[in-house]
Design a protein around this ligand. Structure first.
Ligand code: PMP
Length: 360
C-alpha cells in the first residue's frame, strides 16, 4: 500500500523517512535487544536519545542556554493551566490576545487562576485579521502576554512577533513551531503540542527562559511545576519516552533537510501555491486577510456547500485525506506542515482544479 497525502491538522503526517527509521529500529534499537518503548528512561541509551533530541531542537530553533527545554505531557491544552499556575503569581494578572478558538481556550482556562485581560480581539473581523497592535490595551505590570501565533482552526497567523517590552511574551506555537526561522530570544515561554511539526500527540515541548522558573504558586501540582520538571531533566516521572524518541528522529530529519531556513522556504512555496490557486479560481475562497494567512493550515470553502461531500469523496479516492474543515467552521482545511511534501500540495491543487471544472 502506498502512503496517502494526509492533510490532517493533527495528529498530522510525519516524514516517511522517520517512520521507516522507527520501523527499522522498532524491535532492536541499535543492538540493545529491545525497542525504545521498552527501555528504562534512566538507561544510558534512553538518556542519550533524550539529550540528543534536546540538543538537536536547540540547534534547529537557535535556543540559547538562557532557556530550559522541557518535554512534558498532557498536550498543549494542559499548558493552558500550567502557564498561569507558574507565571501568574498570587493575585497577579496577565494579558491575552484573542485571535480564535485556541486563544479562547487558553483564556478560558487561565481565568480559573487569576485576573485575565483580553487586550485585543480579532472577533470584530470575524477572526480574519490580526488586530492592529497600536490598539492593544496591554499593561506594563502584567505577569505575561499570551498569544497564539498560528490559529490552527481559523488559519490566521501572525507575520510578526509582538513587542511586549519587559513583560514576558508567551506563545502557543503548536501549529507553527519549526515551520520557519523565528527569533526565540523574544519569548519568555513558548509551548507546542507535538502532533503537528514535532511528533506524536500527548507530548508538549515547553521552552522557558530560566529566570521564569521557580515562580509557581503553592497549589501547583508537582507535575505541572516547571522548576521541578527542569530540575529533573523532564524525568520527574516516566516521560513519554517513545514520543520523545520520535520527536528526536523528526529533528534529525529536519536538520538533514537544511533546518528551519530550508523548511521555511519550502513552506512559503507550498502555501503560496495553494492560496494563489484559491484566489484565482472563483469556485474556492479563503476568508483571511492575505497578510495573515497561515502557512500551515489553509481553510477554504467551495462555492456551494452542497458539493462538500462529493469533494471529500473524490479527494479520498485519490489519497488526499482529511480535508474536512473543523466541525466548528465547516468547509475544508488543508494542513500542510513540514512533513507534507510539495508534491502533496501539487496533487491537491490539481484535484481542486479538476473538481471546479467538472462541478463548478
Ligand atoms: N493550541 C493549538 C494552536 C492547537 O492547534 C492545538 C491542537 N490542535 C492545541 C492547542 C491543543 O493541543 P492538544 O490537543 O495537544 O492539547
Amino acid at each position: 500500500m502506498s502512503r496517502a497525502y494526509n492533510f490532517c491538522a493533527g495528529p498530522a503526517t510525519l516524514p516517511e523517512a522517520v517512520l521507516q527509521q522507527a520501523r527499522e529500529e522498532m524491535l532492536d534499537w541499535r543492538g540493545t535487544g529491545m525497542s525504545v518503548m521498552e527501555m528504562s528512561h534512566r538507561s544510558d541509551e534512553f538518556v542519550q536519545i533524550a539529550e540528543t533530541a534536546e540538543r538537536d531542537l536547540r540547534e534547529l530553533a537557535g535556543i540559547s542556554d538562557d532557556y530550559a527545554v522541557l518535554f512534558m505531557q498532557g498536550g498543549a491544552s494542559s499548558q493552558f493551566a500550567t502557564i498561569p499556575l507558574n507565571l501568574l503569581g498570587e493575585g497577579g494578572s496577565a494579558d491575552y490576545v484573542n485571535t480564535g478558538i485556541w486563544s479562547k481556550k487558553a483564556i478560558a482556562e487561565a481565568k480559573r487562576y487569576g485576573n485575565i485581560n483580553v487586550v485585543a480581539s480579532a472577533e470584530d473581523s470575524g477572526f480574519s485579521s490580526i488586530p492592529d497592535v497600536s490598539a492593544w490595551q496591554t499593561s506594563a505590570d502584567a505577569s505575561y502576554l499570551h498569544y497564539t501565533p498560528n490559529e490552527t482552526i481559523g488559519g490566521l497567523e501572525f507575520d510578526f512577533i509582538p513587542d511586549s517590552g519587559s513583560v514576558p511574551l508567551v506563545a502557543d506555537m503548536s501549529s507553527t513551531m519549526l515551520s520557519r526561522p523565528m527569533d526565540f530570544s523574544k519569548f519568555g515561554l513558548i509551548y507546542a503540542g507535538a502532533q503537528k511539526n514535532i511528533g506524536p500527540s500527548g507530548l508538549v515541548v515547553v521552552i522557558i527562559r530560566k529566570d521564569l522558573l521557580g515562580k509557581a504558586r503553592r497549589e501547583t501540582p508537582t507535575m505541572m511545576n516547571y522548576q521541578v520538571i527542569a530540575d529533573n531533566d523532564s524525568m520527574y516521572n516516566t516521560p513519554a519516552t517513545y514520543s520523545w524518541y520520535l520527536a528526536g528522529l523528526v529533528f534529525q530529519w529536519m536538520k538533514a533537510q537544511g533546518g528551519v531556513e530550508a523548511m521555511g522556504a519550502i513552506n512559503a512555496r507550498k502555501a503560496k501555491k495553494l492560496y494563489d490557486f484559491i484566489d484565482t479560481n472563483d469556485f474556492y475562497a479563503n476568508p483571511i486577510d492575505p497578510r495573515f494567512r497561515s502557512w500551515m493550515n489553509v481553510p477554504f470553502t467551495l462555492a456551494d456547500d452542497a458539493l462538500n461531500a462529493d469533494f471529500l469523496k473524490g479527494a479520498d479516492a485519490r489519497g488526499l485525506l482529511n480535508l474536512k474543515g473543523h466541525r466548528s467552521v465547516g468547509g475544508m482545511r488543508a494542513s500542510i506542515y513540514n512533513a507534507m511534501p510539495e508534491a502533496g500540495v501539487d496533487a491537491l491543487v490539481q484535484y481542486m482544479a479538476e473538481f471546479a471544472k467538472e462541478r463548478g
